[in-house]
Design a protein around this ligand. Structure first.
Ligand code: HEM
Length: 212
């Protein structure tokens, strides 16, 4: 009966590995393994040394500058096949007669082809660019046919979160009002007191000079 790697039923690979291990035990690690080990350690060390700025640009973008929430929402809506969603700043850029966009009731209208035809004139349309023109549009009392006409120029929706808040009137504080009232009273008292003092002084001087 034959023994060793060539013996029938014996596993050739196993016996090869055993022989390889035995060689290592006898002669030390083979140069191939040493080179692999060195290469692996070098690449690991290099990875640890890489500073964030040396990372590939796409990794930096994802980690340090995530897209703001409204932008994500816009992307998702666009993916869902809805009308285009615009940010207010983007719409506000279209503010000339040859490129005029309006925001009315949450919708964005490109009225450029309508500028010359608008019965109210193009100046009024230009005057309401860069703002929410809903109230200006409603104040005119546009007819139903005007509202139907609008659909032709409807190009998308406005992202409501990007519309700048209206500036509200803040009344002056109560305290400063009271202070203003006090200073008014003081001025009135001085207006009476100063002439009386001057008069008294004049009388005093006269009396003093007479007695001398
Ligand atoms: C897509 C948007 C708009 C469309 C399609 C449109 C259409 C019209 C139409 C058809 C008229 C004739 C009257 C009527 O039928 O009501 C009109 C008049 C007028 N529109 Fe507009 N309009 C638009 C936006 C605006 C806006 C944002 C203003 C802002 C102030 C405006 C101001 C006026 C004025 C002043 C008149 C004249 C009213 C008069 O003479 O009695 N329009 N518009």
């Amino acid at each position: 009966m034959r023994e060793g790697p060539d013996a029938p039923g014996s596993n050739t690979a196993d016996s090869g590995a055993t022989a390889h291990a035995r060689t290592h035990a006898e002669r030390g690690p083979c140069p191939k393994r040493v080179i692999h080990f060195l290469l692996a350690s070098f690449s690991l060390g290099l990875g640890a040394c890489v500073t964030p700025s040396a990372r590939p640009p796409h990794r930096r973008l994802v980690a340090s500058r995530p897209l703001p929430a409204p932008a994500w929402a816009r992307v998702l809506r666009a993916m869902a096949g809805e009308k285009r969603m615009f940010g207010f700043e983007e719409v506000a850029k279209h503010n000339v007669a040859k490129d005029c966009w309006l925001v009315i009731a949450g919708k964005v209208y490109d009225v450029t082809p309508f500028m010359d035809e608008h019965p109210g004139g193009d100046e009024v349309l230009l005057a309401v660019t860069g703002k929410d023109a809903t109230s200006d549009f409603e104040d005119i009392g546009h007819s139903d046919s005007a509202r139907e006409m609008m659909e032709k120029y409807h190009i998308g929706e406005i992202d409501a979160s990007t519309i700048p808040a209206k500036r509200t009137f803040v009344p002056p504080q109560q305290g400063s009002h009271v202070q203003a009232k006090d200073s008014d009273l003081l001025i009135k008292i001085l207006q009476f007191l100063v002439p009386i003092l001057i008069l008294g002084l004049a009388f005093g001087v006269r009396h003093y000079s007479k007695s001398e």
